[in-house]
Ligand binder design. Structure first.
Ligand code: ADP
Ligand code: MG
Length: 240
């Protein structure tokens, strides 16, 4: 579903992604971990073309990542993204947040879009909040709306960049539970997170990054019980 082949990315003199090869199969859940500054967010942002790359190639569902125009809009719809900060439209209601992209990008009729939105809001457990504004919701509820908004575009893959890092502790689980359910439903997912419990229980594969490289990747059982690289051992000793 997602293939990165020899991807390199610089910010000026800083080489932030180094020869990244990564393949994510349909229905696979890949959790990306690693120290701050290792390139995890940049990796996510290149996959939906929020950042350009300097060399290498990226394809989604067998098609090369488009660089601009209508094709790019379609790609953005195919690749859902959920950020640390919820990024909802503050002056739109919850329902409007979840219908807008469907109407504008997917060209769905309003009634269809609203039906889809209500069903997704129900699925993430916030159906009672449809007519409220984002600021009237808790952080956990806002993040679940952000997930519903991304799902409304019927994406082929979902990217999550530290979706629970800005949440109060008691709200983390309600968001992780929605993500676990999504994984069980077969969504292809790339998840950057520090929630090792989620990585252990939901990931098919853990990808460990350091200094812009994929240093090690393995199924979670193997990775957490016997990391092979010194960098991964060092990282795990600090967080576990
Ligand atoms: P992570 O998400 O793993 O913490 P990032 O991908 O955010 O890492 O950042 C990787 C490196 O690239 C860091 O050194 C960061 O400071 C740098 N960086 C990220 N975005 C930019 C940018 N827009 N301009 C310049 N440097 C950036
Ligand atoms: Mg980051």
């Amino acid at each position: 579903m997602v293939v990165l082949d020899g991807v390199n990315k610089h910010f000026g003199a800083l080489h932030v992604l180094r020869d990244i090869d990564l393949t994510v199969a349909r229905g696979e859940v890949v959790v990306v971990i690693g120290p701050s500054g290792s390139g995890k967010s940049t990796l996510c942002r290149t996959i939906n073309r929020l950042e350009t790359i300097d060399s290498g190639a990226i394809s989604i569902d067998g098609r090369p990542l488009p660089q601009e125009g209508r094709e790019l809009a379609r790609l953005r719809a195919d690749v859902g993204m959920v950020f640390q900060s919820f990024n909802l439209f503050a002056h739109k209601t919850v329902l409007e947040n979840v219908t807008l992209g469907q109407i504008k990008v997917r060209k769905s009729p309003r009634e269809t879009a609203e039906r889809t939105a209500r069903s997704l809001l129900d699925r993430v457990g916030v159906s009672g909040q449809a007519d409220k504004y984002p600021a009237q919701l808790s952080g956990g509820q806002q993040q679940r709306v952000a997930i519903a908004r991304a799902l409304a575009m019927a994406p082929k893959v979902m990217l999550f960049d530290e979706p629970t890092s800005a949440l109060d502790p008691e709200m983390i689980n309600e968001v992780l539970e929605v993500m676990r359910q999504l994984a069980r439903d077969g969504m292809t997912m790339v998840v950057v997170t520090h929630e090792m419990g989620f990585a252990r229980s939901a990931a098919h594969r853990v990808v460990f990054m350091a200094d812009g490289r994929i240093v090690e990747q393995a199924p979670p059982d193997r990775f957490f019980s016997s990391p092979r690289s010194e960098r991964a051992k060092d990282f795990l000793s600090k967080i576990l």
